[in-house]
Design a protein around this ligand. Sequence first.
Ligand code: ZN
Length: 375
Amino acid sequence: MASPRDGENHSSSGERLAASNAAEEQANGSAKVEGVKKHENIVPKAPENEYYEIRAVNSKGYGCFALKPIKIGTRILADSPLLIVREAEYLLVDIQAEFDKLSATDQALYYTLHSAHNQDPNNWPKGIHPTVLGRERQRIQEQHNARTGKDANLISIFQTNCMEKDGGAAVFPNAARFNHSCNPNACFAWNSAIQKETIHAIQDIAEGEQITLAYCDTTHDKATRLWELKHYGFVCDCRACADGSDPTSFAAKSAARRYRMMELQQETRMFRGKFLEVGAQTEGVVAKLLEFAKLMNEEGDRTFRTATVYLDIALVCEHKGDLKFAKGAAQKALQIIMDCAGPDFPEIKDYAGVVKRIKDKIQVKEKEGKEANGP
Ligand SMILES: [Zn+2]
């Protein structure tokens, strides 16, 4: 199952795929997993680049650290897929078929990636609901076996590292080395124009700072994030997940912001995307979207989701005839998506198109105004 999408119509952020279904997973049986090789414990290395290197960290094995200050919007990495599976709801046979096509070197590289196996079965549901049958039942069973199995295998590595790609999933050997934070300073996206997974800085990153991505939906509350991240076999210790009992702490403020963001997401859902025209005719929608954008900015969340919020503000204002405000919001949306994915990202032209259309409308209006006033 894909990790929770953000529910935005225009979002194409490549969200990392969480391993499998939530409530109904099963603990019995051991899978016959073919192609199992010993999970090699090799110190990973970053590809030759100017921005980061891989260093050991205490709790997470290895992480990617900035070699120099990195400005927001910088493309830190563009990574080619190692193994692609077309099916988001993949089975072992799907991975095995692709794995068999790899060279011996690439197969060995695959097995150097982190694997979240060896998990306590007691942390997972004990049975699959009897109504779940066929392929889906097999998939849930395979995923469960992989994460609770003693050794790394094709599935445990895939589910720990895969990222969404064109409705399926892929493993990117270098992008997979970046650790998670619920308050990340970088984001990833599949760029179909260059056929690479990109990682861009979404905040200014200091020299020596760890570069992090969000594997889960960052608007979710801590308990939900904990569940989502369990699929990757770790408990997050980022500053948003720290003890929030002190109301002045970042964790407490962050939890309050995320709670309000979820409320706003619910409240504006029926006024966005294909319902934008309704939004334009409904009192208070822009104010709610602006509050949403403000909270995301305070959270440091300058991601695709933030871009879509500004884009919707622009479209609603354009519809209402408030072109000046619409232009500002559209330019902001364009800037954010540029920072997240780079100028060669295919959707950039859609965002740029909205900016141009609104600017053209302003020009026409100004011209009409001048003509009306006469020489
Ligand atoms: Zn966290």
